[in-house]
Ligand binder design. Structure first.
Ligand SMILES: *Cc1c(COP(=O)(O)O)cnc(C)c1O
Length: 396
């Protein structure tokens, strides 16, 4: 069979289901005002919650770094070969200090960190208990490990407890997003931590969207809930969201980190991130820690948006984070709204199955401290106009 004959029908089917994906092309820096696919738009879709992706101080650090004769752009090799530069090492120490963890370890992406942790920690006969709405990379990590995967309904603590109690042999690991990436709600970590302790399960929290956005110094969900990770807690964060750079980290005990260095294939068999990116991320961490006023501003934006959208009667999700989905139901409707908003100058991505459950297609509005209140008000007005014009359309 040719590639052609296998995939042409699948591509056609995707298009008919309104699920065909395209990569919006931009010539702009990552910021609220952008040109995307040639259209001037206000961007309400990025994960750049603090506006650090285009931060002058981070750019400045990169320029200085490039002029430093002790720094190359390329890392040249994996960490265990010759790629582990002082700036990687310092960034790890600084992340560990920031979170009060014994150690931290850098990864090239959050996706790889999630594969690495689960493949390394879990053995045959073990069980991974995962929230149904966990990020795809957590799910893939579980599927690529040797453990059994059991998913529990979103945030359902009773179901989690029942599944935990049913486990007779092997180690259990609970995995959850901190802030859920498509829903914006926060995992009930107080209960999850108590459950994990009482059942001797380990706990892995992927706080990709919580770090930087929530808590004092942006320390994420644990901080906002006044919790302390235990020695059996694994924290995963990405540098690609609020930090505005790229890469990821795992934070936890000395033994956890050493085990990852020894055994994690997605750590061992890949080139280290650029040391310049590590340097940029060190500056980003400083900016994250001091971004108190940005976090305040973001909180204000979240409140303004929710009040505005609710007064329009739009269906929001119980989210106190910068991720604010507007549930529309069908993929076709989500696309129609997204397209109508584009024409009015707002970039708001439609999120469709399989990224979210069938029947829950949505607009995923993400807010950033870098948005102005005028931009936010303009979005609410545009939503109102789209809502009104959709009322006069034939049902899709
Ligand atoms: C974005 C995201 C990841 C992946 O991180 P990358 O660094 O982009 O690979 C992992 N987990 C969650 C919850 C995410 O939202």
């Amino acid at each position: 069979m040719s590639i052609e004959s296998r995939f042409q029908p699948l591509l056609k089917q995707r298009a008919q289901q309104h699920l065909y994906r395209q990569r919006p092309l931009t010539f702009s820096a990552q910021q609220p005002e952008m040109q995307i696919n040639g259209l001037p738009v206000i961007n309400f879709s990025s994960n750049d919650y603090l506006g650090l992706a285009n931060d002058p101080q981070i750019k400045e650090a990169v320029i200085k770094g490039l002029q430093d004769t002790n720094l190359s752009y390329g890392s040249g090799a994996a960490h265990l070969v010759t790629g582990h530069h002082l700036h990687h090492h310092l960034l790890e120490d600084e992340i560990a200090d920031w979170l009060g963890a014994e150690r931290a370890l850098l990864f090239s992406t959050g996706y790889m960190a999630n594969l690495a942790v689960q493949q390394t920690l879990m053995q045959k006969g073990d069980t991974i208990l995962a929230d149904k709405l966990n990020h795809a990379s957590l799910i893939d990590g579980a599927l690529h490990s040797e453990a059994n995967l059991k998913r529990y309904p979103h945030l359902d603590m009773k179901a989690l407890e029942r599944r935990l109690q049913k486990i007779e042999t092997g180690q259990a690991l609970i995995t959850t997003d901190g802030v859920f990436s498509m829903d914006g709600d926060i995992a009930p970590l107080t209960q999850i931590l108590t459950l994990s302790e009482s059942q001797q399960a380990w706990l892995m929290v992927d706080d990709a969207h919580g770090f930087g956005m929530l808590g004092q110094q942006g320390k994420g969900c644990f901080d906002v809930l006044n919790l302390k990770p235990t020695t059996n807690t694994i924290l995963v964060g990405t540098l690609g969201k609020a930090f505005g750079t790229s890469g990821a980290f795992v934070a936890g005990s000395q033994t956890l980190i050493e085990s990852l260095i020894q055994f994690a294939r997605p750590y061992i068999y890949t080139t280290a991130m650029s040391p310049i990116n590590a340097l940029a991320s060190r500056t980003a961490l400083k900016r994250v820690i001091e971004a108190k006023s940005e976090r305040e501003r973001l909180k204000q934006h979240i409140q303004t948006f929710r009040e505005g959208a609710q007064s329009l009667g739009l269906q929001l999700w119980p989210s106190q984070s910068a991720i604010q989905p507007i549930i529309l139901g069908s993929s076709a409707l989500a696309i129609a709204w997204s397209e109508a908003l584009k024409k009015k100058g707002f970039w708001v991505t439609a999120i469709r199955p399989p990224t979210v459950p069938a029947g829950q297609a949505r607009l995923r509005v993400t807010l950033s401290a870098s948005h102005s209140t005028e931009q936010l008000d303009a979005l609410l007005l545009a939503l109102k106009q789209v809502q009104e014009s959709e009322k006069h359309q034939e049902p899709l």
